[in-house]
Design a protein around this ligand. Structure first.
Ligand code: TYD
Length: 214
């Protein structure tokens, strides 16, 4: 099962992923956690370039291609082999991050970003995408309290507003997407995530041959 966590900066994805991994491990499920950009040696090197606040001159197209490059490497080296071995894979961000940040907020277009990412992803799709929905103000407030901001986080509030709005637009009405109110307490968000994962991992009713979520 391929699980993806999406949401604006400061939505609390990494906290939720750590708690979900703990839960799955306690229940005897082998799971692999990874992140974008990064997750491989090549990808982490690309991440350092993308997020370095010194590279103010980076063009939007370069940025899109670097995210796609990191993702292609992660698919080939980590995600595809793990899924083929039957593991649960949890990924912190996936192609919808590029669709929203580069396609919508940078204005490169949803179709262009999807096309650039297609060769790296192939036919693989997340079975479940958790969308932690928070406003740009709340997300940035949390980020500023946490650490030094990276190149993307240093973007204007208008950019982040486009990200929040873009997520709602891109993820709306999709069967694999579960929207969660990011203003809720950490424990409540985690409860909703666990409930949904249990539902999708549990065998379907007797008589059905396949497992839910696959
Ligand atoms: P992330 O690792 O979630 O940030 P952090 O660990 O600091 O919370 O993501 C890094 C930044 O990259 C974030 O601002 C979102 C952005 N991003 C894109 O613009 N496009 C993409 O395809 C991905 C994966 C991330």
């Amino acid at each position: 099962m391929f699980i993806v966590m999406e949401g604006p900066d400061g939505s609390g994805k990494s906290t939720q992923i750590a708690l979900l991994k703990e839960y799955l491990n306690e229940n005897g499920r082998e799971c692999l956690v990874t992140r974008e950009p990064g997750g491989t040696a090549v990808g982490e090197a690309v991440r350092d370039v993308i997020l370095n606040p010194e590279y103010k001159e980076m063009s939007d197209v370069t940025e899109m291609l670097l995210y796609a490059a990191s993702r292609a490497q992660l698919m080939a080296e980590v995600i595809i082999p793990a899924l083929e071995e039957g593991k649960v894979v949890i990924c912190d961000r996936f192609v919808d991050s590029s669709i929203v940040y580069q396609g919508i907020a940078r204005g490169l277009g949803v179709d262009t970003v999807a096309a650039v990412n297609a060769p790296g992803i192939g036919a693989y799709r997340p079975d479940c995408i958790f969308f932690i929905d928070i406003t740009e103000e709340e997300g940035l407030r949390r980020k500023k309290a946490q650490k030094k901001l990276d190149r993307l986080e240093q973007e204007s509030i208008d950019f982040h507003a486009m990200v929040s709005k873009g997520y709602r637009q891109v993820l709306a009405g999709r069967e694999e997407v579960v929207r969660i109110d990011g203003a809720a307490p950490v424990e409540e968000i985690q409860r909703q995530i666990r409930e949904e994962v249990d539902r999708r991992l549990a065998p379907k009713r007797q008589g059905d041959r396949e497992y839910a979520g696959f």
